[in-house]
Write a new protein. Structure first.
Length: 343
């Protein structure tokens, strides 16, 4: 009795067959489409347990979707690589938030994403100011120029650590993590903000990294607000400092992926580092998978707050890269361990 290979066959060919730790069939790049024939031969020759090394021929469909048909579309296509140009309204993703879109959060919220960088530099000034983050390498920017007006916030990288600030009017708070996240590995970052008590938190890979009490109340972008900075407002910006205010206010350089914005405080304590892409659920107001692969339109998987990729600079960014938090390395062949039982 042969276990069915049907969930795996689409987009895969057998690259090799191993038996008792030895490679007994190696296709050496030749696509073995008619693997059932090989199977019959193998079955005729062997008894016991073997396993197959499968290699994708059409990676457009992520492997985990093949394993779990109907599952949430995986964030395994692309991530965006920003270069920190910090000039000319380029090298960033911009999401319009006025007239109001769901991404204009201002009550309870959680913003979480994956990042990968070795970028150094940037400073953070934790304390009773909501602007202590703006001298870090800005990762997510919902600043308004100068004082917080109705409200503003932002997330930056400073000396490898996460800096998160919230302001409302003249009241503000900036908190600063202690974990070095700029170690060249994919790291999961989540920040939360509670509107009723002002509590702010930073989580790194599910572990609480910093917390503090910030301003309470609504900090969303004031509807219909006039602005003297039309490149900056009314936008939520990913991957850059939105005002292009100069080298004292640097931009993030590195990869970002799977940014989810929620209108609840999702995490009140340590949680398991996500092992799969963020899902769209009832609390998700926006989700950016960055899986487009080309073009200027940035899709919001939650639907209501699409963005724009503003490409340019030297090197030009942001560019789509296939290095993502969940993808199998191109050098690591996916393996399916399938018992072969002969009777
Ligand atoms: Ca992605
Ligand atoms: Ca500000
Ligand atoms: Ca608003």
């Amino acid at each position: 009795m042969l276990y069915s290979l049907s969930p795996l066959q689409k987009g895969y060919v057998i690259a090799a067959v191993h038996f008792c730790g030895e490679v007994i069939v190696e296709t050496q790049g030749i696509e073995m489409r008619n693997y059932r024939l090989w199977f019959v031969r193998i079955l005729a020759a062997l008894s016991g347990v073997a396993f197959l090394v499968l290699t994708p021929v059409a990676p457009a469909t992520p492997p985990d979707r093949l394993m779990h048909p109907g599952a949430e579309p995986a964030s395994t296509g692309y991530a965006l690589r920003f270069y920190g140009n910090g000039t000319g309204d380029i090298d960033r993703v911009k999401v319009r938030i006025d007239p109001p879109t769901p991404a204009d959060v201002g009550g309870d919220f959680t913003i979480e994403f994956w990042m990968k960088t070795t970028a150094s530099g940037g400073t953070c000034t934790p304390g009773a100011s909501g602007d202590g983050w703006i001298t870090g390498r800005t990762i997510i920017d919902r600043d308004v120029y100068g004082g917080g007006d109705h409200g503003d916030y932002g997330i930056a990288l400073a000396s490898g650590r996460i800096c998160f600030g919230v302001a409302q009017g003249s009241s503000g708070r900036t908190i600063y993590g202690s974990t070095n996240v700029a170690n060249g590995q994919w790291r999961h970052i989540a920040v939360t903000r509670d509107a009723s008590n002002g509590q702010m938190q930073i989580f790194v890979d599910g572990q609480l990294d910093a917390s503090g009490a910030g301003p309470t109340g609504d900090i969303s972008y004031r509807n219909g607000r006039s602005t003297a900075y039309p490149n900056s407002d009314p936008f939520l910006v990913f991957g850059a400092e939105k005002h292009d205010a100069g080298p004292d206010y640097p931009s993030y350089s590195g990869l970002l992926d799977d940014i989810r914005i929620s209108n609840v405080v999702r995490y009140t304590g340590a949680f398991a580092r996500p092992a799969a892409p963020h899902a769209v659920d009832g609390s998700t107001v926006a989700l950016y998978r960055f899986d487009e692969g080309s073009g200027t339109i940035i899709i919001d998987a939650a639907g209501g707050s699409p963005g724009e990729r503003r490409f340019g600079g030297s090197p030009a960014g942001p560019v789509y890269v296939t290095d993502t938090p969940f993808v199998l390395s191109p050098n690591l062949k996916p393996r399916a361990y399938l018992p072969l039982v002969v009777r």
